[in-house]
Every structure is written in C-alpha cells, then in structure tokens.
Ligand binder design. Structure first.
Ligand code: SAH
Length: 508
C-alpha cells in the first residue's frame, strides 16, 4: 500500500437532508475553509455561499438528462484533489455513511494514503419522517427501527434485499431510494407477511421548501403516492408511528407552507428575503434578475470617493450605494474618521441600516424609502441645520437612479455633485436552474424589490405563471410594474424587506 504522499486532507461531510440549517457547525466551518469542493445534487445550493472566494467547485451529480460521474471516477477525483489542495470537502446529502457510498470513498482514500475525516450529517432516514411529523421511535409503539434501501446497486443481478426479514421486523421501517419500485416492494413485503393495514407515509424533498408528504397504509401507499404526484427523492416510513403525523406535523402548519415564492433580487442580497420566507415554510425560487456591477465610469467614481470628505452632506440613495461607496473608501482611506464631519442623509431605513454597519448614524431619513419623501424630509427638518442653500452635497447612487433628488436639491440652491457607485445589469447566469424551475413548475407569488428587478425580469421574457400573484416593495416599483401593464396584488407598507414578507403572508 502506498505511503502518505498527498499534502491535503479530504473531509467527507454530511450535508443533511436539505435545510442548510441542519448542517453541523463542524461541517460549515470546514466548508468555509475548503480549497476545493466536490458535491452532488442533494446538497443545498445555499451552502455554496459559505465557500471562500476562489474555492474550486466540482459538481459530480446528475445533470438534467445526464448521468452522475461514476463512483470509481469520483474516488479517483478525490485522491487527485488531495494532491492539489490542502482542504478538500466532499459534500454528500444526509449522512455520508447512510446509503451515501461514503464508505467506498473513504476506502479509496485510505488505499491511496490520503488523510481523511468524516463529519456525520443528519440523515434523511430520520429527518425526513421528523419533518412530516413522524418520530421514528415512540415509547408506546416501537422499540426498534430498521433502515433499508429499496434500490440496490446496478451491479447486483439478483436482489439481496431481505424482504422476509424486513417484513418480520418489529418497529418502524424506513426505506430510502425506494420510489421507482415502490409498488413492487410494498407488494413483496405484504406477501412476506407485512401487515397491509399498517400506516405508511412517503415524504418527498423533506426539509426543503418543496416538501410534500402523504400518509396511507402499506397496501394503499403506492396509489396515494401516485395521486399526490410524489416521486424521488422521498423516504418511506412504515409503522404505527405514522399515525402520529396528523398531530405532530408542525411543518405543514407554517403560514407559507406549499407556496412557491420567487425572489428576484441579486444573488448577494437575496438571502435575507429568502431565508425569512423559508422560515415561514415557503418554497423559494431564487431567480436573480439583476447583478450589481462596477459603474461605467470607474475613474470618476474613484475620484468622487476620494473627494467625499470635503462635502457638507453625503446623501445615499440605496444600500448598494453605501456598500460600494465604502468598499472604495476603505481602498483609499484606512480610518472611518477620514470621512470628516459631513451630515448624512439616507433614502430610507434599509439604507440607514447599511450605514449603521459602518458606525454612521443618519441626520435625515424618511420612513418611506422614496426620493420624494427624502426631499420632503429635508424641507421639514431644514431649520435644524440651516437649510440646503449653498451647501455642498455628494449624492451617492446607482446609474439607473431617478433624478428627483438631484433636481429638487438643485432647485433649493444646494450644490450637488454626483457619485455614481454602481451599475445594475441583467443577471444572465442561471446556474441553479431557477429559470427552468419557474417555467416548468410555475409559482404562486413573485416578489419585486426594486424597479430594476421588474425591468430585468421582463427582459428575461419568462412567462409569468398563471394565477401567480405579485408583491411589490413600494410605490416606485409598483409604478414600474404599471409600465408593463401589471398591477401588484399587494404592496408592502414600509418599503422594507420585513414589510414585504408581511405583505406576502397576507396574500396567502
Ligand atoms: N446519505 C443520504 C441518503 C442517500 S441515498 C442520507 O443519509 O439521507 C438517496 C436517498 O435518500 C433518496 O433516494 C431518498 O430516499 C433519500 N433522501 C435524501 N434526501 C432526502 C430528502 N430531502 N427528502 C426525502 N428523501 C431524501
């Protein structure tokens, strides 16, 4: 056997059943350190956001109409990664050693002299039932449980599945990978003595927004599954514990359970809205229509940031403007005090919250994040700071911003310069397959968080699914929708993400 020649360590990490919150802390820390990630279809795309910049991502799962990389090639790939990278993470759905072929990968690494560690994960065998209100054991009805696979490796000509043994086993039985042969397996179990009247359930996409489940009996499960349109990936549970589901099913009681909601913000900004909706049980499709890019005139932007400390006022029109401005600011200055004694205005609470991250409070801010409201607020509070006439102001905004702030302040004799901090461009990549999902599966609600998300969504030419309702973050976004002949079913009261989430709940 070869000696350890590889520099790196490979971590076989269980990703849990779907909800990124079910990843272990150790797993998450290692993902954040990874130089290379090898992953497949069952790992949540949200986990990719934990990677450090520059981490090499290698997908080895199934692609639409395509096969996954064969196991021996994955094994060889992991050995190769270990020779190139210090930290390779092999991420697998659920637990790596529960029907995950983690054992084979570990043996290949061991044989090649590669250091490896295993980080167990929450298996769908246990979490799947739990998310549908089914405890796999329960004091009154079982003292053991069995986990088995309904689909064996293709290399096995004859099934070695111990049907009589499983049929005779006491307690709860959980089947993974059993959907393609569900009817045959249930029939075979009944023939072998399994009670046909024993409660049984199938839970698909457990612990994700797409979760769906049915309960029936061993004898009727195949029909119930067909009626409900449930297919792989799903776990099947057999046993008296299934009868507890109506009482203990907490998930389907969540306010947005079963609702598919589209989030059109940029990838970087989507997570706050997405995670709030997911916590309420929604199936979120993140479909970023826009991306925040450098302004067309980068030199002009850089110069205006350098000059920023000379102004009496800094006016920020959006959280993106704040982020971009300070990225550029700290590339030049090291100390926040270099910003000087300028007063600060923000177009609304979201922008003010972003400023607060840099320890900056605002002097003027309307409750509603609309340019006209900011001007009204300047007029209202003018006496406190002696008005805006002959005062120098730097207005930080995106290329697409409306001109209201500039025009109105100029009318009031302020001396306004512009700092164009970013450009909003269409997001053309659809790496997570969100556009395809929207086309094929439709959606119940679509959210728009700015005028640009509306414009760019329309530019994508995707069909707005039938019956899909529209939630708008505020009046300006609503006006842009009107340009396209659309009227939102609801508008957020406060022009903030929490307020938009509240609006979506009302639509339900
Ligand atoms: N190692 C994984 C199992 C891999 S085998 C684990 O411990 O969970 C793949 C099978 O797992 C699927 O066919 C399905 O039966 C089950 N599975 C994985 N994730 C699931 C999910 N989110 N919902 C339902 N079943 C899931």
């Amino acid at each position: 056997m070869s000696k350890i020649v590889n520099k790196g360590t490979v971590y076989l990490i269980g990703a849990g059943p779907g909800d990124p919150g079910l990843m272990t802390l150790k797993g998450r820390d290692l993902i954040a350190q990874a130089d290379c990630l090898v992953y497949d279809a069952l790992a949540s795309p949200a986990m990719l956001a934990w990677l450090k910049p520059g981490c090499v991502k290698i997908y080895v799962g199934k692609r639409a109409g395509d096969h996954a990389l064969p196991q021996d090639e994955i094994n060889a790939l992991l050995v190769k990664c270990a020779s190139q990278y210090d930290c390779t993470v092999r991420l697998k759905g659920g637990d790596p050693y529960v029907f995950g072929r983690g054992g084979e990968e570990a043996m290949a690494l061991q044989a090649a002299g590669v250091r490896f560690e295993v980080v167990p994960g929450v298996s769908s065998a246990i979490a799947g039932p739990a998310y549908a209100g089914i405890p796999v054991t329960h004091r009154d009805c079982c003292t053991q449980f069995t986990v088995f696979t309904g689909h064996e490796g293709a290399h096995k000509a004859e099934s070695t599945l111990d049907i009589p043994g499983i049929a005779a086993a006491k307690g709860t039985k959980v089947m993974l990978m059993g959907m393609s042969r569900l009817r045959e397996t249930m029939n075979a179990l009944v023939e072998a003595g399994q009670g046909a009247d024993v409660p049984a359930a199938a839970v698909q996409w457990a612990a994700t927004g797409r979760q769906k489940s049915v309960t029936a009996t061993v004898g009727t499960l195949a029909d119930a599954v067909a009626d409900a349109g449930i297919s792989s990936p799903a776990v099947v549970v057999i046993g008296e514990v299934v009868a507890l589901a109506p009482m203990l099913d907490w998930r389907s009681k969540l306010p947005l359970y079963g609702k598919r909601v589209v989030v059109t913000r940029t990838r970087e900004q989507a997570s706050e809205l997405s995670s709030k909706l997911e916590q309420l049980g929604a199936d979120v499709i993140e479909l970023p229509t826009i991306r925040i890019a450098d302004p067309t005139d980068k030199r002009d932007f850089a110069e205006s940031v350098v000059d920023a400390p000379h102004y009496d006022w800094l006016i920020f029109s959006s959280p993106n403007g704040v982020r971009r401005f300070f990225q550029a600011f700290f590339a030049v200055y090291e100390d926040i005090r270099e910003i000087g004694g300028a007063r600060i205005a923000a177009v609304g609470p979201g922008t003010a919250a972003e400023l607060k991250k840099y320890g900056l409070m605002v002097d003027v801010m309307p409750q509603k994040a609309v340019a006209e409201e900011l001007i009204a607020e300047f007029d209202r509070k003018g006496d406190e700071f002696g008005g805006v006439a002959n005062v120098t102001m730097l207005w930080v905004h995106g290329e697409q911003a409306r001109r209201v702030i500039y025009d109105e302040l100029m009318k009031r004799q302020a001396i306004v310069d512009e700092c164009v901090a970013y450009n909003t461009v269409p997001e053309t990549e659809d790496t997570a397959g969100a556009q395809t999902r929207l086309r094929e599966e439709g959606a119940d609600i679509i959210t728009f968080t700015s005028s640009s998300t509306v414009r760019q969504f329309m530019a994508l030419n995707l069909p707005l699914p039938r019956g899909c309702r529209i939630a708008s973050i505020g009046p300006v976004t609503t006006a842009t929708l009107a340009e396209f002949g659309l009227k939102p079913d609801i508008e957020a009261e406060m022009h903030t993400i929490p307020s938009l989430v509240a609006a979506v709940q009302k639509l339900k």
